[in-house]
Write a protein that binds this ligand. Structure first.
Ligand code: IPM
Ligand code: MG
Length: 368
């Protein structure tokens, strides 16, 4: 059988630094677990713009469609802020999501015991937190037409369109219900049905799919603004949250921060099954390119490493090794190792990006 294939798009800012640590884990899987990945590397974001004048070259797009999974670091940076909208680094990422049709974005927010004190919320509110936001990723206001900046009379008007079809809502709802069945069997769907027609349709369709196909799953609905409030008030009331593209963007940053650091959280963006039965997939940390600390060895590689763990689980049927990586991360945190972003008010000496990667590899060695 052919080796599993991976396309690595490290991107900009801290992307390449954190991805270098993931490569150590990929290498470890080959050396110690006998699973060799065929790895190709390419450019996305600002670095692709620098070389090709576009944030994602067509050849890269074609490669992404062929591999078993794509691993992405981060895109963007101040250098590219003044670029035309159509070639901004983020457009590269959005093109990947759209053309690979990665409609289901899984964003877990899990609080590691060793870091429970680190959240800006009280420890008992976050300790043991384990929720997943399922964000619709290929439609909604991110992609709806009409869009643009137009002139009306003597002023400009900016327009974006929130648009959802029934089938778009149904497929992401199914992925949330499927996921819930493997967890605490609870889904909360969030929209603004009180002010948006697309929200009314969202609520209806999620309820229909539930009643017909997943009546065993506990389903509730919440307005997204209340959802944001509840996330901060008592996040442990949730198991799986399913929501649209824009609310999912905002709510997932909020959920991420509950756990103490954006530097810890992975994500998986999944599409329809390919010929081999595995979903089309892209894995990336929730954090951005952090240009302020890029190139200084300060970045936390854990989110990117945990994204690779998600790839092992969802793309490569290597759930046991995924757990092994997650346990290794837990172990180094329990041992007190901290990158700069995990320094509490009490201070201490942070370790570097590479030291964190090496420590996780050492913990993996011990796990055998
Ligand atoms: C995210 C990011 C992206 C988004 C940006 C970089 C386009 O914020 O993945 O959450 O808005 O989806
Ligand atoms: Mg975001």
């Amino acid at each position: 059988m052919a080796n599993p294939s991976l396309l690595i798009l490290a991107g900009d800012g801290i992307g390449p630094e954190v991805m270098a640590e993931v490569k150590k884990i990929i290498h470890w899987m080959g050396a110690r677990r006998g699973v060799t990945f065929d790895v190709t590397e390419d450019l996305v974001g600002g670095c692709a713009y620098d070389k090709h004048g576009v944030p994602l070259h067509d050849d890269t797009m074609a490669k992404a469609q062929e591999v078993d999974a794509v691993l992405l670091g981060a895109v963007g940076g101040p250098k590219y802020d003044t670029l035309d909208f159509s070639v901004k680094p983020e457009r590269g990422l959005l093109r990947l999501r759209k053309e690979m049709d990665l409609f289901s974005n899984l964003r877990p927010a899990q609080c590691f015991d060793a870091l429970a004190d680190f959240s800006s919320l009280k420890k008992d509110v976050v300790a043991g937190l384990d929720i997943v936001i399922v964000r619709e990723l290929t439609s909604g206001v991110y992609f709806g037409e009409p869009r643009g900046i137009f002139t009306e009379g003597n002023e400009r008007v900016g327009i974006n369109t929130q648009r959802y079809t029934e089938s778009e809502i149904a497929r992401v709802a199914r992925s949330a219900f499927e996921l819930a069945r493997k967890r605490a069997n609870k889904v909360c769907s969030m929209e603004k049905a009180n002010v948006m027609e697309s929200g009314i349709l969202w609520r209806d369709v999620v309820q229909e799919i539930h009643d017909k196909e997943y009546p065993d799953v506990q389903l509730s609905h919440m307005y997204a603004d209340n959802g944001a409030m509840q996330l901060v008030r008592w996040p442990k009331q949730f198991d799986v949250i399913v929501t649209d593209n824009l609310f999912g963007d905002v709510l997932s940053d909020c959920a991420a921060m509950l756990t103490g650091s954006l530097g810890m959280l992975p994500s998986a963006s999944l599409g329809a099954p390919m010929a081999n039965g595995r979903p089309k997939a892209l894995y990336e940390p929730v954090h951005g390119s952090a240009p302020d600390i890029a190139g200084q060895g300060k970045a936390n590689p854990i989110a990117c490493i945990l994204s690779f763990a998600m790839a092992l689980r969802y793309s490569f049927d290597m759930g046991e090794d995924a757990t092994r990586v997650e346990k290794a991360v837990e172990q180094v945190l329990a041992d007190g190792l901290r990158t700069a972003d995990l320094m509490g008010p009490e201070g201490g000496t942070p370790i570097s990006t590479t030291q964190m990667g090496d420590a996780i590899v050492a913990a993996l060695d011990k796990s055998l």
